[in-house]
Design a protein. Structure first.
Length: 240
């Protein structure tokens, strides 16, 4: 036990070996986080997360080196710039599909957290960085199912529907009314249909109670006038 504590204390000191190990830890932990995102088909994967984490760690190490050699450098300046700059990279992972499906917000947030993790590792705070790594993994993996369950049973849902232009919308309204639901908003999609007789709409339905959304989409898809239906996730969580 004492040898482990001494090893951690050694890693938290500033020397060539500790810097090398910090960068290796940043590469491994960043890559592991990216591996989870890559498994969900997200645009930022193992290499992106490993580069962000090790880059943030390297920036912090460079800042500490400047402080060690000059004695008058603000040790928070470069890490702060890293956290600000990572926002531009994160924005590039957020996309809105043609069906108003927001994707990539979780990935963007995880990138930012990985940069913070890299800064923590680079600063030499090994225990804190390991705790932070566990917290990030817990959020993106363990809380993913809880987020899906919460959204699946929310009292309001939005669906993208491609249906018959002449009578499809009325039949959908009839379904909503017959089940004591309420149409909160209705927006016609500008997407061009392959079939001229079809139209596309985005409908937000107030269920007024916690109802399983997959049951609603299944029932709507059984209507003859409905040719395609997909629930729109508006929270930004990547649930795939």
């Amino acid at each position: 036990m004492n040898s482990i504590i001494q090893g951690i204390i050694y890693l938290e000191s500033f020397n060539m070996v500790s810097v090398l190990i910090r960068l290796l830890i940043a590469t491994v932990l960043g890559g592991l986080i990216g591996l989870e995102r890559a498994s969900k088909g997200q645009p930022a994967g193992v290499r992106t997360f490993a580069l962000v984490c090790v880059g943030a760690a390297l920036s912090t190490v460079a800042n500490l080196y400047l402080y060690e050699t000059t004695g008058n450098t603000d040790t928070a300046r470069i890490p702060a710039a890293v956290l600000n700059g990572i926002g531009f990279l994160g924005v590039g992972t957020i996309v809105v599909t043609g069906r108003n499906y927001v994707r990539g917000i979780t990935t963007a947030a995880t990138l930012w957290a990985s940069a913070a993790l890299g800064i923590t590792i680079g600063s030499g705070y090994i225990i804190g960085s390991l705790i932070g790594f566990v917290a990030i993994i817990f959020i993106v993996i363990a809380l993913s199912r809880a987020s899906q369950n919460q959204e699946e049973r929310a009292a309001r849902m939005s669906v993208y529907i491609e249906l018959d232009k002449s009578e499809g919308l009325q039949k959908v309204f009839d379904y909503v009314h017959d089940n004591d639901f309420e149409v909160a908003t209705l927006e016609k999609s500008k997407k061009a249909m392959l079939n001229d007789k079809d139209t596309a709409v985005v409908i937000t339905i107030d269920l007024k109670k916690h109802t399983k959304h997959s049951d609603i989409t299944a029932q709507l898809s059984e209507l003859e006038c409905v040719h395609y239906i997909e629930e729109i996730r508006r929270t930004g969580d990547d649930v795939k």
